[in-house]
Design a protein around this ligand. Structure first.
Ligand code: ATP
Length: 438
């Protein structure tokens, strides 16, 4: 038997489709061929800060165990389904398919690590594919080959989560989703924190809003809890199929590499350690900006309006606070310098918030006011004049030395939620029965 890894990406467009749906269709067809799955299909999110993505920069990988004589049949089936289901007439859709036999070479793992937090060029992807002996198929410009190879190269050894995704029948694509909101709340109550990011206040987060075939997806720590969640969520429309994916969602996989400010380039996802070097500014639109400095320079950091209460953490920073900031580097524009769009902040050391106050009147205990330049202070109540220095007082801080992340509705797919801050999953992987339908 041989291990066949299949990577797919860039098959959908904003007007429809989803690479995970194509993968779910392949799961059905491959099951009919009695193919052995070595793992759940992998849903690998790549650098969320690249400009080419349609939505969440997701790519997929199937790891199969097959007989040598079946390899060509499977490759042909995959390529046929990509041609049939990819939105090839959309100008930005450039599918890529990669096949790799055997173990994952170190170069491919490195490509995946780079694709998670930085940009990868198409030429680099071609070069690595050739070096690793991966067979690649490009449709149109074939940019999807980057994601396809990166999905194969992600071995999820450090941490992972699962997502059960349900899909709609084609007649319903584009129509409002008929999901019973109360049942989602009940599911959340009965399964979280083993499931996460189901709702935020009263907002349901498991369902997308676009014309894609996804009805809803529940994320969690184990396939078992996702099957339980699936049974609890009530819907008023048919479910055409569902699949449990293993994923790097909720693991902060894109926020592992520390950068110096001078090396933080546009479109990277970066972690920067530094000291707050400006007072935070709240703009008219409610966005909050603050500057951070390290020994190589200074960078503007931003928390935007949708980040809700996370912005007030940023606005409570003061110069001198030592922080670790996490986020995507946005290129400079006419109105803004190069900016790190904040996805998370760790407050490492709070600076003392010192204020100078006028002294207290020794007679009546009221705070004095200035009696004029060089004239000392005067109590407004009893009129006593005193000659003393201003006193330094340390004001309490509202924020603490801890990690802050935006609310679930403003998180990236890759963001590690509060419920996972001290949690990791590790192999072995066991395929649940059932893990897909049909
Ligand atoms: P969906 O979430 O619906 O699957 P998407 O947001 O994943 O859509 P795609 O249609 O897959 O968007 O397009 C992303 C494109 O960006 C793909 O062609 C992929 O190969 C490419 N890509 C992904 N990561 C990188 C990277 N780090 N550097 C350069 N290109 C990348």
């Amino acid at each position: 038997m041989l291990t066949l890894n299949i990577g797919l990406d860039d098959t959908d467009s904003p007007r429809g489709g989803c690479t995970t749906h194509l993968c779910a269709v392949l799961v059905e067809l491959l099951s009919k061929l009695k193919v052995k799955f070595r793992d759940y299909p992998l849903l690998i999110r790549l650098n969320p800060n690249v400009p080419f993505k349609t939505r969440g920069n997701g790519a997929v990988c199937l790891r199969l165990e097959v007989e040598k004589k079946a390899v060509d049949v499977i490759k042909e089936l995959v390529l046929k389904e990509v041609s049939r289901l990819a939105d090839l007439s959309f100008s930005g859709t450039d599918p890529g398919v990669a096949f790799l036999l055997g173990d994952i070479p170190a170069e491919l793992r490195r490509l995946s690590e780079q694709a998670m937090c930085d940009m990868v060029s198409l030429n680099e992807a071609f070069r690595i594919a050739e070096k690793c002996g991966a067979e690649i198929h490009t449709f149109k410009e074939g940019r999807g080959i980057i994601g396809a190879l990166a999905a194969i190269g992600e071995t999820l050894e450090d941490d992972y989560t699962y997502e059960l995704i349900t899909y709609r029948v084609p007649e319903n694509w584009g129509k409002p989703r008929a999901i019973d909101i109360e049942s989602v709340k009940e599911m959340d109550r009965l399964t979280s924190p083993d499931t996460f990011n189901n709702i935020d206040d009263d907002r349901v987060l498991i369902a997308p809003h676009g014309p894609d075939p996804v009805l809803y997806g529940v994320r969690g720590e184990s396939p078992e809890v996702l099957l339980k969640a699936y049974k609890l969520v009530k819907v008023h429309e048919p479910i055409e199929r569902w699949v449990i994916f293993r994923s790097n969602q909720g693991t902060d996989a894109h926020l592992r590499v520390k950068r110096k400010i001078c090396n933080a380039h546009p479109y990277m996802s970066a972690v920067i350690e530094g000291v707050v070097s400006s007072k935070p500014v709240v703009s008219q639109g409610g966005h909050v900006f603050v500057k951070i400095r390290d020994d190589t320079g200074e960078i503007n950091c931003a928390a935007y309006e949708p980040a809700g209460s996370f912005r007030w953490v940023i606005s409570d920073l003061i110069p001198g606070d030592v922080v670790r900031v996490y986020g995507g580097i946005r290129p400079p524009s006419l109105s803004h310098p190069k900016t790190l769009n904040l996805e998370k902040i760790e407050i490492v050391k709070l600076a003392p918030n010192l204020k100078l106050h006028n002294p207290i009147c020794p007679n009546c205990g009221k705070r004095t006011s200035s009696a004029g330049r060089g004239q000392g202070f005067k109590c407004k109540k009893c009129g006593k004049k005193i000659f003393a220095e201003k006193v330094t007082v340390e004001l309490a801080r509202r924020i603490t030395e801890s990690i802050y992340i935006p609310p679930p509705r403003a998180q990236r797919h890759l963001t590690r939620p509060y419920s996972r801050l001290n949690r990791k999953n590790a192999p072995p992987i066991k395929l649940l029965d059932p893990w897909h339908f049909p």
